[in-house]
Design a protein around this ligand. Structure first.
Ligand code: SAM
Length: 302
């Protein structure tokens, strides 16, 4: 090869390296734990006007979830909130159970959860006000005693994670909001096993998952994307490389929690309330699916 030919072909050859580099880079960017930590590290504000897409902090959704949990779950057991994020629902549900543990794969999420819990409890102590039932810090009797509430970093799709946590906290009620729909098939299977290990023979599992029936592009439109103009809560997810959401509805439930192993106490369609996608807007209602499940005695996980 002449020097001239080599010079002419070099950039073209180099260019051939790029697609693989980009693909590898994207794969690394979407690495599970890493992506969630990257996401939570970038979050400055949570709640209705914040940047966390699924954290609408809606009184209506809170009331619905507390009502369901109280009706279906044994109040004499602790509650584990799996994939707790900033701990919104761990705090909301904690007062109704003997203790509550929020677990999340992301240390950054757990730091948000601990910080927000501290701030809420400090505010309660300052005002001395007893919060309304269903609000963070509310106790069943209306007293404002802080519930036994803690958070920890744990990948619940790791083999044996549920059994290890269960050995510590005992049989527990399990709450999962918005996690299964972000996982691949193998992870869903292992998370279902963790849930089975945690609930034992007395606990109840409550799932609330995104179940959008349309295409990925239609979902982006529902969340307010228009051409190149994406709302901030949506951009935060894309920029961090979070796993794209998939459906988790009746079909997926039957696959991961077959009726031979799980009693399907109730299930149906629901709505998750998002944060305001743009300033001045109200939350978006995201089509979702919920299920209340109990493990059948004597049967292992599917
Ligand atoms: C869509 S967010 C929902 C957060 C919270 N449940 C809520 O409804 O506000 C999913 C959460 O699950 C966490 N997560 C993802 N994979 C996980 C895993 N393998 N084990 C534990 N938590 C996980 C993420 O860090 C994130 O906080």
């Amino acid at each position: 090869m002449t020097d001239r030919a080599s010079t002419q072909r070099a950039p073209w050859r180099r260019a051939l390296l790029v697609p693989t580099l980009v693909r590898a880079g994207l794969r690394a960017f979407r690495a599970r734990g890493g992506a969630w930590d990257r996401y939570w590290r970038g979050i400055r504000q949570t709640g209705a006007g914040g940047e966390v897409l699924w954290d609408g902090d809606s009184a209506e959704e809170r009331g619905w979830i507390v009502g369901l949990a109280r009706r279906a779950m044994d109040a004499g057991l602790p509650l584990v909130d799996v994939g707790c994020g900033n701990g919104r629902y761990t705090r909301v549900l904690a007062p109704w159970f003997t203790a509550a543990v929020g677990v999340d794969v992301s240390a950054e999420a757990v730091a948000h959860a601990e910080r927000e819990t501290r701030v809420e409890l400090e505010a309660l102590h300052r005002t001395g006000a007893a919060p309304a039932p269903g609000e963070a810090g509310a106790a069943p009797g209306g007293a404002s005693a802080p519930p036994r509430l803690s958070f920890r970093v744990l990948d619940m799709t790791e083999a044996g994670a549920g059994a290890r946590l269960g050995a510590e906290v005992g049989a527990a009620n399990v709450f999962v909001r918005g996690l299964f729909h972000t996982l691949d098939a193998a992870q869903r299977g292992r998370l279902a096993e963790s849930c089975r290990a945690l609930v034992g023979e007395r606990g109840t599992l409550l799932l609330v998952e995104t179940d959008f029936p349309g295409s990925a592009l239609a979902y982006l439109e529902l969340l307010g994307a228009r051409g190149g103009d994406y709302p901030t809560p949506l951009l935060r997810c894309l920029e961090a490389g979070l796993p794209p959401p998939a459906r988790f509805g009746a079909r997926e439930l039957a696959l991961r929690f077959p009726e031979a192993s799980w009693e399907h106490v109730e299930a149906g369609s629901a709505e998750l309330r998002s944060a305001a996608m743009r300033p001045g807007q109200t939350s978006t209602r995201i089509p979702a699916f919920y299920a209340v499940l109990r493990a059948r005695p004597g049967r292992g996980s599917p």
